[in-house]
Design a binder for this molecule. Structure first.
Ligand SMILES: [Zn+2]
Length: 248
């Protein structure tokens, strides 16, 4: 069956997320559709190598015909995929929200930057009935303009945070300490983040297989779940199935 992506049915107005692959997620509360860090090109340049994505998404980008907003967390090639953004600009009405460093690069590549909006830390906006607030990644609090962010998405009393690739937590995240239902993060400095932010559920991303894999990837999902579940028994750890809407 062909995999498609559309706004899901409203589940009691619950916020939902859907894992596409690697760091790419769709988020919706039934009112609009967000795509976070859409990575579809299957390769990116990193540390002197071209990294090849072996666990490619089942969802084809050409099948995404409607999307209200795209959120880009930072400029690394597995999160900022200019070819994917080019296609999304052409086939959807999406507005792209990103740090200025990403927008500057997109301009050089000839993308239509009139459809881009620069993110500013702690300055929220709405898409449908979802409120989106960017927070700096750890170490980016004093960088101006901010270069790396994550996104807090709120709707119907539920909160989800996609941290991009943050190397630990930023003190600014303490604003949602104990109030976040699902924290999407890579399995890196997990104890620090979980102890400080106290999410109800941790959703792991960034586990996919890449070759040569000279960055944070190629992780054994079962091992990560067992390990972190052992140290933090009160937190629920999840490696989401792909292409399934999950209520937050
Ligand atoms: Zn990454």
């Amino acid at each position: 069956m062909k995999t498609t992506l559309t706004v899901p049915a409203r589940k009691k107005r619950r916020l939902q997320y859907r894992h596409i692959s690697h760091c790419t997620f769709a988020v919706s509360d039934g009112s609009a559709l967000l795509l976070i860090d859409p990575f579809f090109s299957g390769r990116f340049f990193w540390a002197g190598n071209t990294e090849r994505h072996l666990d490619r998404p089942q969802l084809r980008l050409a099948a995404v015909r409607s999307c209200d907003a795209v959120l880009v967390s930072h400029e690394h090639g597995d999160h900022y995929d200019p070819a994917a953004l080019w296609m999304l600009l052409g086939q959807t009405n999406a507005i792209i929200h990103a740090p200025r460093i990403v927008i500057d690069d997109a301009r050089k590549r000839g993308l239509d930057v009139r459809r881009f909006r620069e993110v500013r830390p702690l300055r929220p906006w709405r898409v449908g009935t979802m409120k989106i607030t960017p927070f700096p990644s750890a170490g980016s609090e004093k960088v101006k303009p901010v270069d790396r962010v994550g996104f807090l998405i709120e709707s119907g009393g539920r909160r989800l945070y996609h941290q991009g690739d943050s190397h630990s937590f930023s003190p600014t995240w303490l604003a949602f300490r104990g109030k976040v239902d699902a924290l999407i993060m890579w399995p890196h400095r997990v104890s620090e983040v979980v102890s400080a932010i106290q999410p109800r559920t941790v959703v792991f991303h960034h586990l996919d297989r890449f070759r040569p894999g000279n960055f944070h990837c190629n992780r054994d999902a079962k091992l990560e779940l067992r390990y972190w579940g052992h140290y933090h028994p009160r937190t629920r750890f999840v490696v989401p199935k792909r292409n399934v809407w999950c209520a937050v």
